[in-house]
Design a protein around this ligand. Structure first.
Ligand SMILES: *[C@@H]1O[C@H](CO)[C@@H](O)[C@H](O)[C@H]1NC(C)=O
Ligand SMILES: *[C@@H]1O[C@H](CO)[C@@H](O)[C@H](O)[C@H]1NC(C)=O
Length: 385
């Protein structure tokens, strides 16, 4: 990568970065068939040149005047790592892109200080596309595996996975300035989906939005602005709290933004404490997450859980709970278990507590399955002793 040396210089000399020619603009003009507009594979994210360029650009005039911008990249089974950029109102690019309204559409929106190539996009995108592959032969036929609840992941022919990149704005350290642009970003997203509806026959009911942090607020805003239509589902992954906590439903994500709004709340510093949407899951009581010591870790964990929930064979299962106060929770374990996240979404109402492991894979499966597994273990022990 010839860009790498530039970055090191850029770290030391901000002004040099600003003067650097825009390599993005140059590459955007190359509409070759196999041209990659947005590579989404694991890489050293600290060397994401475009992100840092935007980041430094914001530091100079502290209150940014960057025009509100959002880019859209399409990923499908046949090009899982190489996104194709779609442009609102550009029919020709859309036609060539491979977008197919017969496949479910899942739109991922990252958060503040996050970027188009972050792990949310990569993990969620990959998890969805993993459902499109033919299932490999299960090799572990031992007792353990046979006793898994095997909530069989449904197989899909394909998805339209759309990654929204609004890093031009999100890279501004001024959180409150960025939060002020949520409505505008929601508008851009709603307009884009409307374009897909009109030009490619997309049905709004085939669309899920998956937003993390401020991305969840953008999803909510898009849901409000797409009316009278409705998206099928919004998954709000630790929706951003600061600034939005104090506002009325009209200015933050709520249950009316889609047919079904499910929220996964994993931190109270950066997230929400109050329930959001139809169903709210509080993994590990939602305040902070296991083995999370760094600032922002619990907040990020929401999308780790969600990505895992999409293709997990065990799944995350919660029980109904009531939060009487910050410290007092009533767990109602006589009302069954409810699945958090997953594909497809499974509408329900209420607040739920879910327990996870402290490292990957986080999902514990149902309590019933856990109990069965340990009973089985005991029995096996008896036989062999
Ligand atoms: C889920 O998808 C991810 C990304 O493709 C993959 O790494 C992981 O192994 C998958 N998990 C299962 C249980 O199939
Ligand atoms: C949730 O509650 C709302 C309002 O009470 C109701 O309209 C909706 O059908 C319920 N959804 C489910 C999945 O129970």
């Amino acid at each position: 990568m010839h860009l790498v040396p530039i970055i090191f210089i850029a770290m030391g000399a901000i002004s040099l970065v600003i003067a650097a020619p825009s390599t993005e603009a140059a590459s955007a003009n190359l509409p070759e068939l196999n041209h990659c507009d947005h590579k989404l594979t694991k890489s050293n994210k600290y060397l994401d040149y475009p992100f840092w360029k935007k980041f430094f650009k914001h530091l100079v005039p502290f209150t940014s005047s960057a025009r509100v911008k959002m880019q859209f990249f399409l990923f499908k089974r046949d090009f899982p790592d190489c996104g194709k950029e779609l442009f609102p109102n550009d029919d020709e690019t859309l036609e060539r892109s491979g977008f197919d309204a017969r496949h479910p559409t899942r739109i991922i929106i990252h958060g503040w200080m996050s970027q188009g190539k972050g792990s949310l996009n990569r993990d969620v995108k990959s998890a969805y596309l993993s459902l499109t592959k033919p299932k490999p032969n299960t090799q572990n036929n031992d007792d353990d595996a046979r006793n898994e609840p095997h909530t069989e992941a449904p197989r899909y022919e394909d998805f339209n996975i759309i990654v929204c990149d609004w890093s031009k704005i999100s890279s501004n350290v001024n959180y409150f300035g960025v939060a002020d642009m949520v409505e505008d970003l929601g508008f851009l997203l709603a307009e884009f989906v409307r374009f897909l509806h009109m030009r490619a026959g997309l049905q709004f009911d085939d669309v899920y939005l998956i937003g993390h942090s401020l991305g969840a607020q953008i999803a909510g805003s898009a849901g409000k602005q797409i009316r009278p239509f409705r998206f099928n589902t919004i998954y709000a992954l630790d929706p951003a709290g600061p600034k939005f906590r104090e506002q009325s439903d009209e200015y933050r994500i709520d249950a009316s933004d889609a047919h079904y709004v499910e929220s996964i709340q994993t931190s109270i510093g950066l997230g929400f404490e109050e329930p959001v949407g139809h169903a709210t899951f509080y993994p590990n009581y939602g305040k902070d997450q296991k083995k999370c010591y760094m600032y922002g870790c619990s907040h990020k964990r929401a999308h780790d859980y969600f990505a895992e929930s999409i293709n997990s064979t065990k799944g995350f299962w919660g029980i109904r709970c009531e939060r009487i106060s910050k410290k007092t929770w009533v767990l109602l374990d006589n009302d069954g278990e409810f699945r958090m996240g997953g594909e497809p979404s499974d509408p329900k109402n209420g607040t739920f507590y879910v327990k996870t492991y402290d490292k990957k894979p986080y999902a514990m499966g149902t309590k019933q399955a856990l109990a069965d597994a340990s009973r089985q273990e005991e029995r096996t022990t008896e036989v062999y002793h």
